[in-house]
Design a protein around this ligand. Sequence first.
Ligand SMILES: [Fe+2]
Length: 318
Amino acid sequence: MALVSGYHHLTLCTDGVQEDYDFYTTVLGLYSVKRTVLFDGVIPVYHLYYGSRGGEASTIITTFPFRKPAVFGKRGTNQSKIIMQAIPVGAAGYWVDRLNTRGIAAETISRFGITRVAFKHPCGIPHELVESPVDSRPPIVNEAQGVTAEHGIKGIYGAGIAVFDRTSMDDFLTVGLSMKKEGDSDEGLMFSVPNGNGPSSMVEVLHEASGPQGTWTLAGGTIHHLALNTGDEENQLKLKAHLEGLGFTDVSDQKDRNYFKSCYVRSPGGALFEIAWSVEGGWALDEPADKIGTTLVFPPWFENRREELIAGLEPARF
Ligand SMILES: [Fe+2]
């Protein structure tokens, strides 16, 4: 029985706060879902969450903009490489025009027979908008940004992971996480994420046998992790035990992310995975449900650092 149901969120480390916020909200038409700070370590860095208006799991992209501390990583192989979001079939042309008009180079490509729009976040991380043939989620409509139901992003489609050895991920994804192999070609491997009758989402494993090893630290310009949704704590702890039983003994202890609880595990292909579930109340824990993502909020354990953190953050207009 699968202990995972789709993605929970995808997290990347970017560059400037303002360009990051504008890219996801103004250009891609997502909504701000939460504005807080990095919980790990001591450096003041924003943690920005974007997604559907209500912040449904499987729509959430989160970023740590690292320009002010000037900590940057290197993109490479053995690292997550591409952020993928689903769009309606037939919407690719609209997004190519929209992105190009806004100064972001975009083109239509195909992988595994599926049409995608390929472009880059301002910090350089590759993104794709995928014409998902099977995705029952409603598009995210954003009238203020001119994004209609005909074209709107539906949520996370998946992620591409670059690996030295494409077979090394098989056991981890199939035996470890109950994913199903859907494609195996010169283009790479494609696995579907168990979905419990929810949205259809994928992991794509791309073979990059040469080239530098990508960095794994929290550092600008790189994808940090892919979070899968366990729905609840019971499934999360069962999955943690299952992975440990297979020999993936470096599954982290459960970490309190305020809105959800997370465990992390490094995959044999380098990419960091998270298994997470949203707590009761979710995004409305510290903001009214109809105003999530509109204020800067801190977890209870950072209240004594509020002034210091605010003073240390990169200035931006939200
Ligand atoms: Fe995460």
